[in-house]
Design a protein around this ligand. Sequence first.
Ligand code: PMP
Length: 286
Amino acid sequence: MSRLVYLNGDLVPQEEAKVSVFDHGLLYGDGVFEGIRAYGRRAFKLAEHVSRLYRSAHAIKLEIPLTPAQMVAAVERTLAANTLSEGYIRVVVTRGVGTLGLDPDKCSHPQVIIIADSIVLYPEQFYRQGLVIVTVRTIRNHPAALDPRIKSLNYLNNILAKIEGKNAGVVEALMLNAGGLVAECTGDNIFIVTGGVLRTPPIGAGLLEGITRDTVIDLAREAGTPVREENLTLYDVYNADECFLTGTAAEVIAVVTVDGRTIGTGEPGPVTKDLLERFRALTRGS
Ligand code: PMP
């Protein structure tokens, strides 16, 4: 189905939504983006996503030519124009058209693109049975090189890890940081449950500040589950009672095997199942 795409203030048919081959978003991955979920025609945690987009942009010295409030309105307008009740919204801000050199100051106008489309989900069976994942050799970007908090258009670090995961026959892959500690997966944050405590690596371990991660931490605290953001090793993961991933697309999904080690009972655990239920109640209002 053809979509209406927001391009610098206009809603244009997707066939006409084009950017220049001189755009530094294409030439260098110079830009930032967000992936947002729509439930029941509403963009979930929109203010949080817009805030992260602006923090990412600020970190790469990219000035978005809209205020955050205008960006919120633009996302809502794009969603409404595409009559989607359940969907996925991609917001992209590129550095814009420049020369073939790196200099971002030679770029004219940042391009603001908003796409609202249907979402491809993991099959329900994955949620019932849990995922098998592996740790890959590609380490997560070092924060001193490219901070993983910046959701930039350069996702090659994650794509290289994804390729390794696919070669190993899995749909998600776990990445460590330069210190050998657990960071995150290619497109999801990771949690474990040990003795009733929910544990997840701190942002300082080098990971994206996931909006779903924050939501799940809040839901767990509301449920009376202690939550600790602390460094985790693979040993901690292998010996956890439960493990799950969080992300805008995946929501909350159990992991039952990591590097051939069975996690807990080998089935999605009670804390994971409870958090998925709470998350679905929050997003679907049931
Ligand atoms: N880590 C990475 C590398 C991601 O790209 C994403 C988003 N797909 C996440 C974690 C999860 O973040 P969020 O919950 O905000 O979607």
